[in-house]
Design a binder for this molecule. Structure first.
Ligand SMILES: [Zn+2]
Ligand SMILES: [Zn+2]
Length: 336
């Protein structure tokens, strides 16, 4: 009886010893797998944790060797980048985009509020002109169209004369206004004009590793304002943040659908859109289903606000000085 008990005990000890070895082997495998996914692809981490079968773990180990050999160039292309871009609201449709390596301004200089829109406050204007942070080292200025609540030729000329490294992207109509001014020749080399009309394909520029696409979307109130060259600039920064500014674009989805390939080509992190796009089913179709944007921020909101806005928007700018910090976490392979 005593001998039988001894054998039983021995068996139990052996069994528990064997199981503990197996468990620790599993833990080691898990640890290795987690480290691999943490480096390479965070999204798969959850999936790998759920799996406890040693066969699957072994398969994953094999897969790991195949997919990611040491020193493979794949290692670099799979790692994710993380950065933060800050959008500063200045007034009406004026916005400063402050990215890791570049800064640029949309529709910054204008003087006409038409009795209802938000002007850029003097304090902000003087910071822009004196180049005080965050308005220092501006790479480019983008002007959507030449209406008085978006553009002033004299201010633009004055700024460019004092900031020879800043380029101006502007519809041809704006360039013609600048050309009327006496010292236009001093800034001519800094001007990139865009002349687009309905149905024209997008045109592209590359500037200091920024990809810039321009497309014509008619001004709101079609067909009355079809003569205005309303240009939608979409800019991708070197750190892969993409922002688009729609100027005073019309809400009719037909104008956007004809540029289907243009929107499809790139995911826009932030679309700065005139607030009226949120007020009609047509406009909502544009911003939610056509332009391929992750986040939309409304601009051009009247001083008094708009009664329909609070229910229609997740976000809009209405106070100069407001900011939005946008986290940019994306895999490196170029979308180009
Ligand atoms: Zn306008
Ligand atoms: Zn306007």
């Amino acid at each position: 009886m005593k001998r039988l008990y001894f054998y039983k005990c021995l068996l139990l000890i052996l069994f528990s010893l064997f199981s503990s070895i197996t468990v620790s082997a599993h833990q080691t495998n898990h640890f290795k797998t987690n480290v691999y996914f943490a480096e390479g692809c965070a999204e798969n981490l959850t999936g790998s944790n759920k799996d406890n079968s040693s066969t699957v773990e072994k398969e994953k180990e094999k897969e790991k060797e195949i997919v990611r050999p040491k020193n493979s160039p794949l290692q670099d292309t799979q790692s994710a980048v993380s950065s933060e871009t800050i959008l500063h609201y200045l007034g009406n449709e004026a916005v400063l985009v402050e990215d890791k390596e570049v800064k640029f301004l949309f529709d910054p200089f204008f003087h006409n509020h038409y009795g209802q829109y938000i002007l850029v406050p003097d304090a902000i204007r003087s910071k822009i002109f004196s180049g005080q942070a965050p308005f220092d080292n501006i790479t480019a200025i983008f002007v959507s169209h030449v209406h008085g609540d978006h553009f002033d030729a004299k201010d633009t000329l004055r700024y460019l004369k004092a900031n020879k490294d800043t380029l101006l992207f502007i519809p041809e109509q704006g360039r013609l206004q600048l050309q009327q001014l006496s010292s236009y020749n001093e800034i001519e080399a800094q001007v990139r004009s865009v002349e687009l009309k309905l149905g024209d394909p997008a045109i592209s520029f590359n500037l200091n590793n920024m990809d810039i696409d321009a497309v014509y979307i008619p001004h709101a109130g079609w067909p009355q304002r079809q003569d205005i060259q309303n240009t939608v600039f979409r800019i991708s920064t070197p750190s892969n943040f993409t922002v688009a500014h729609f100027g005073d674009a019309d809400a009719n989805p037909t104008f956007y659908r004809q540029h289907h390939q243009h929107w499809k080509k790139k995911l826009t992190d932030v679309a700065l859109v005139p607030y009226w796009l949120a007020l009609t089913p047509d406009g909502r179709e544009v911003i939610n289903s056509i332009i391929n944007s992750k986040k939309n921020i409304g601009v051009h909101v009247p001083v008094k606000g708009h009664p329909a806005l609070p229910g229609s928007w997740t976000d809009y700018f209405s106070r100069p000085g407001e900011q939005r910090a946008i986290k940019n976490h994306r895999e490196l392979p170029n979308e180009k």
